[in-house]
Design a binder for this molecule. Sequence first.
Ligand SMILES: O=C(O)c1ccccc1NCC(=O)[C@H](O)[C@H](O)COP(=O)(O)O
Length: 294
Amino acid sequence: MSGLLTEMAQGSLDRLERARAAESEQALWARVSDAPPPPPLRLSPEGFDVIAECKLHSPSAGDLSAHTVDIESRIKAYANGGACAVSVLTEPTRFGGSLAHLQQAARVLLPAKVPVMRKDFLVDPYQVMEARAAGAGGVLVIVRMLDRSRITELLDCAAMLKMFVLIEAFDQADLAVANEVLAARKGHDEQTLVGINCRDLEKLGVDLSRLEDLAEYLPEGHPHVAESGVASIDDVKRVVDIGYALALIGTALMHSQEPCELLDAMLAAGRECALAARGRSLRIATGVAGKDEQ
Ligand SMILES: O=C(O)c1ccccc1NCC(=O)[C@H](O)[C@H](O)COP(=O)(O)O
């Protein structure tokens, strides 16, 4: 595991210990198990969606808060721009996040029925319950940080709470684990996305070619998410052309003074590309494709 992930895992365990000391697992479960279900994640029939991310700081970009007057306005802008979900960092030391941000986002998004995803370095089902207690409808699960049985426990907990999960992979080995875990869950009533993160965890740079290189190893039957480094309309077109149904976009939106407009433009471009790709497949399937499409 990279130095950063090791640091994040330790920090996550420390936070978990403090949280458990403040509220037992039984008490937290009692609080969330009877709560009304979160807004479901709904994907567009037009073939492309964006999970818009709120992160005030990041190891790669440093301070990202310059254009965020208040979190609620940013979250509303994401919903108005058409995000299918909003990812909120809750990691405090390197990402400037907190559970309070998650709670604020969930409250603001409730009328629009857009779910919020807890973006953190989760290591225990307790933290999935914490996310639900804060109003979240989804969580991130990073394969690289966990063994198979712990991934399964996190997925089980999320499913019981009607939350979606974004399973995150960095390489082929992560995808082999994701494939194995998901194969054992066929037929479960749950919503699981699988994402490839393009960030190099040592150098912190991004390389979108990872999306092409790993596409063939992605589990079938789950929407695929392009994560990290999707920063422009051209990037969006590229990920849709490779076949990704969603992009998780943080830095570019945080740098934007007009995130609603940027999101709207990215969605329009992605959906136009998805439509063109469908047209190409249809022409090939019906045998009316041009020579360069075959
Ligand atoms: O954002 C970082 O600098 C980072 C560094 C190390 C591990 C994780 C990191 N970010 C978490 C993410 O996965 C991204 O926030 C997410 O994919 C959005 O990426 P981007 O659009 O590039 O901000």
